[in-house]
Design a protein around this ligand. Structure first.
Ligand code: THU
Length: 131
Protein backbone atom coordinates (compact mmCIF):
# COMPACT_ATOMS: atom_id res chain seq x y z
CA UNK A 1 0.00 0.00 0.00
CA UNK A 2 1.14 3.52 -0.73
CA UNK A 3 0.93 6.89 0.93
CA UNK A 4 -1.99 7.65 -1.43
CA UNK A 5 -3.84 4.53 -0.29
CA UNK A 6 -3.51 5.59 3.35
CA UNK A 7 -4.90 9.05 2.54
CA UNK A 8 -7.79 7.49 0.63
CA UNK A 9 -8.60 5.12 3.50
CA UNK A 10 -8.63 8.02 5.98
CA UNK A 11 -11.05 9.97 3.79
CA UNK A 12 -13.18 6.85 3.24
CA UNK A 13 -13.44 6.38 7.01
CA UNK A 14 -15.31 9.70 7.29
CA UNK A 15 -18.36 7.79 6.15
CA UNK A 16 -18.32 5.75 9.36
CA UNK A 17 -18.31 8.81 11.64
CA UNK A 18 -21.17 9.06 14.13
CA UNK A 19 -21.13 12.78 14.96
CA UNK A 20 -24.71 14.02 15.41
CA UNK A 21 -23.69 16.53 18.09
CA UNK A 22 -20.66 18.28 16.62
CA UNK A 23 -21.34 17.46 12.96
CA UNK A 24 -17.54 17.30 12.74
CA UNK A 25 -16.60 14.09 10.98
CA UNK A 26 -13.13 12.66 11.43
CA UNK A 27 -11.64 9.63 9.69
CA UNK A 28 -8.33 7.93 10.34
CA UNK A 29 -6.06 5.32 8.83
CA UNK A 30 -3.49 3.90 11.22
CA UNK A 31 -0.45 2.15 9.75
CA UNK A 32 1.30 -0.45 11.89
CA UNK A 33 4.94 -1.47 11.79
CA UNK A 34 4.07 -4.76 10.05
CA UNK A 35 2.19 -2.92 7.29
CA UNK A 36 -1.29 -3.69 8.50
CA UNK A 37 -3.71 -0.76 8.41
CA UNK A 38 -6.75 0.01 10.52
CA UNK A 39 -9.44 2.58 9.90
CA UNK A 40 -11.22 4.57 12.57
CA UNK A 41 -13.90 7.25 12.83
CA UNK A 42 -15.12 9.42 15.68
CA UNK A 43 -18.22 8.21 17.44
CA UNK A 44 -19.99 10.57 19.78
CA UNK A 45 -22.28 10.05 22.72
CA UNK A 46 -25.21 11.93 24.28
CA UNK A 47 -22.97 12.09 27.34
CA UNK A 48 -20.42 14.11 25.39
CA UNK A 49 -17.41 13.07 27.44
CA UNK A 50 -17.91 9.49 26.31
CA UNK A 51 -17.03 10.47 22.75
CA UNK A 52 -14.22 8.51 21.09
CA UNK A 53 -12.01 10.21 18.52
CA UNK A 54 -11.18 8.65 15.16
CA UNK A 55 -7.57 8.08 16.19
CA UNK A 56 -8.48 6.09 19.29
CA UNK A 57 -11.09 4.15 17.35
CA UNK A 58 -8.37 3.12 14.87
CA UNK A 59 -6.00 2.34 17.75
CA UNK A 60 -8.61 0.09 19.36
CA UNK A 61 -9.12 -1.75 16.09
CA UNK A 62 -5.36 -2.34 15.85
CA UNK A 63 -4.91 -3.41 19.46
CA UNK A 64 -7.73 -5.95 19.35
CA UNK A 65 -6.00 -7.59 16.37
CA UNK A 66 -2.71 -7.84 18.25
CA UNK A 67 -1.01 -4.80 16.70
CA UNK A 68 0.73 -2.70 19.33
CA UNK A 69 3.37 -1.06 17.15
CA UNK A 70 2.17 2.03 15.33
CA UNK A 71 4.22 3.64 12.55
CA UNK A 72 2.07 6.45 11.16
CA UNK A 73 -1.48 7.75 11.04
CA UNK A 74 -3.48 9.69 8.47
CA UNK A 75 -6.32 11.87 9.79
CA UNK A 76 -8.95 13.60 7.69
CA UNK A 77 -11.99 15.79 8.23
CA UNK A 78 -14.41 17.47 5.84
CA UNK A 79 -12.66 20.84 5.73
CA UNK A 80 -9.43 22.10 7.17
CA UNK A 81 -7.25 20.07 9.49
CA UNK A 82 -7.99 17.81 12.47
CA UNK A 83 -4.78 17.61 14.45
CA UNK A 84 -5.08 14.93 17.13
CA UNK A 85 -6.29 15.97 20.57
CA UNK A 86 -4.14 15.59 23.66
CA UNK A 87 -5.67 12.28 24.72
CA UNK A 88 -5.07 10.75 21.29
CA UNK A 89 -1.47 12.01 21.26
CA UNK A 90 -0.93 10.28 24.60
CA UNK A 91 -2.52 7.03 23.35
CA UNK A 92 -0.28 7.04 20.26
CA UNK A 93 2.72 7.66 22.50
CA UNK A 94 1.96 4.41 24.30
CA UNK A 95 2.07 2.30 21.14
CA UNK A 96 4.50 4.11 18.82
CA UNK A 97 7.11 1.88 17.16
CA UNK A 98 9.18 4.90 16.14
CA UNK A 99 8.75 8.67 16.10
CA UNK A 100 5.31 8.35 14.44
CA UNK A 101 4.42 10.40 11.41
CA UNK A 102 1.12 12.20 11.96
CA UNK A 103 -0.44 13.18 8.63
CA UNK A 104 -3.47 15.49 8.49
CA UNK A 105 -5.39 16.60 5.43
CA UNK A 106 -8.43 15.80 3.38
CA UNK A 107 -10.36 16.20 0.20
CA UNK A 108 -9.99 19.98 0.05
CA UNK A 109 -6.62 20.65 1.65
CA UNK A 110 -3.06 19.51 1.11
CA UNK A 111 -1.69 16.94 3.51
CA UNK A 112 0.79 18.05 6.18
CA UNK A 113 2.98 15.92 8.43
CA UNK A 114 4.47 16.38 11.87
CA UNK A 115 6.27 13.88 14.07
CA UNK A 116 4.65 12.75 17.31
CA UNK A 117 7.67 14.11 19.22
CA UNK A 118 6.81 17.57 17.87
CA UNK A 119 3.16 17.27 18.89
CA UNK A 120 3.91 15.74 22.29
CA UNK A 121 7.33 16.93 23.46
CA UNK A 122 8.76 15.83 26.79
CA UNK A 123 6.16 13.07 26.94
CA UNK A 124 5.44 10.68 29.76
CA UNK A 125 5.34 7.13 28.49
CA UNK A 126 5.70 3.43 29.27
CA UNK A 127 9.48 3.71 29.75
CA UNK A 128 8.89 6.05 32.68
CA UNK A 129 7.15 3.17 34.44
CA UNK A 130 9.67 0.56 33.37
CA UNK A 131 7.51 -0.92 30.58
N1 THU B 1 -12.18 14.54 16.99
C1 THU B 1 -11.52 13.46 16.49
O1 THU B 1 -12.12 12.40 16.24
N2 THU B 1 -10.19 13.57 16.28
C2 THU B 1 -9.48 14.72 16.37
O2 THU B 1 -8.33 14.75 15.99
C3 THU B 1 -10.13 15.92 16.92
C4 THU B 1 -11.53 15.77 17.35
C5 THU B 1 -13.64 14.45 17.14
C6 THU B 1 -14.17 14.34 18.52
C7 THU B 1 -15.58 14.87 18.34
O3 THU B 1 -16.43 13.83 17.89
C8 THU B 1 -15.46 15.89 17.23
O4 THU B 1 -14.23 15.60 16.59
C9 THU B 1 -15.48 17.32 17.69
O5 THU B 1 -14.60 17.53 18.72
Amino acid sequence: MTHEDYKRLAIEALEYSYSPYSHFRVGACLVCENGEVFQGANFENASLGATICAERCAASNAIIKGNRRFKSIYISCDSGYAWPCGICRQVMNEFKSCDMQIWVGGKEVEWKMMKLSQLLPESFGPEDLGV
